[in-house]
Ligand binder design. Structure first.
Ligand SMILES: Nc1ncnc2c1ncn2[C@@H]1O[C@H](COP(=O)(O)OP(=O)(O)OP(=O)(O)O)[C@@H](O)[C@H]1O
Ligand SMILES: [Mg+2]
Length: 263
């Protein structure tokens, strides 16, 4: 695990000067009078893996949902490749240029695995169905599920379904992949196979913004860790975040994981 993560981190060194693929500037999100995100600045560069952590309810899912246009925002801006995405087509453009995988994989139950992966490209690009089919099969092969192409999702394990959901998100060639607690609904024995796929994607240079409570995984995959709390970024850093957090909030947050591990 750590060896492959190291490769990916080394490969990134040469790209440090690149401008962000995804950038949030002063992002504000409120639900009624509750300000969940109070001016967040966050950027993800090409090939970079940024891990977002923080206590339950601090707004991690909300941040991802805002970034991909599933929630309207109350202030700030979202830039892709240095250009602000705004206007009437804003949320459609954000959704078509980024992919997201959720805790609940929500595959369409009455379609085959392959059709689930092909659906968005066929709807949007339609043109050459045979080619899209080949691409979808290649994606399934990449996550070890080529033999499940014709199966219905319900006949797959949770870990297999989540790997299909990752393929579905990759099928549109996202510039950035957003992952929200993709292992949280899985039985423990299936967590590893999904995290392994995500690590391989990092090695291949995919740009990702990942929310996870799996701290060992976060440490292995993160180029940068960003901790949210109280509506803002509390602390940001590389893996030293885990060993030597600076703020009291980060120390207290990481302590909760030690507590669970000791029990
Ligand atoms: N649709 C909504 N309407 C009203 N409040 C919401 C809505 N969605 C989220 N919230 C509130 O926004 C805050 C942030 O929620 P969010 O789900 O983003 O937290 P989180 O960091 O992802 O938590 P967790 O680690 O438990 O998944 C919470 O107080 C939540 O109750
Ligand atoms: Mg959440």
């Amino acid at each position: 695990m750590s060896a492959s993560a190291t490769n990916h981190k080394t490969a990134l060194e040469g790209e440090k000067s690149l401008s962000p693929v995804l950038e949030l500037r002063g992002l504000v999100k409120r639900f009624d009078d509750h300000t969940v995100l109070d001016g967040i600045d966050l950027s993800v560069r090409a090939g970079e893996v940024v891990v977002l952590v923080g206590p339950s309810g601090c707004g991690k899912s909300t941040l991802l949902r805002c970034a991909i246009g599933l929630e309207k925002i109350d202030g700030g801006s979202i830039l892709l490749d240095g250009q602000e995405v705004s206007g009437r087509e804003r949320s459609q453009e954000l959704r078509s240029r980024m992919g997201m995988v959720f805790q609940s994989y929500d595959l369409f139950p009455n379609m085959s695995v392959l059709d689930n992966v092909m659906l968005a490209p066929v709807l949007v690009r339609g043109a050459d169905k045979a080619e899209l089919r080949q691409r979808a099969l290649a994606l399934l092969d990449r996550v070890g599920l080529a033999d499940k192409a014709d199966a219905r999702p319900a006949t797959l394990s949770g870990g297999q379904q989540q790997r299909v959901a990752i393929c579905r998100a990759l099928a549109m060639d996202p510039e950035v992949l957003l992952l929200d607690e993709v292992t949280a609904a899985l039985d423990p024995e299936m967590v590893h196979e999904v995290l392994q796929v995500v690590l391989e994607l990092a090695d291949e240079g995919l740009t990702m913004l990942i929310v996870t409570h799996e701290m060992a995984f976060a440490r292995a995959i993160a180029d940068r860790v960003v901790m949210l709390d109280g509506g803002g970024v509390v602390e940001e850093g590389d893996e030293t975040f885990f060993d030597a957090p600076v703020t009291d909030r980060a120390k207290a947050f990481l302590k909760t994981f030690e507590f669970h591990r000791d029990r």
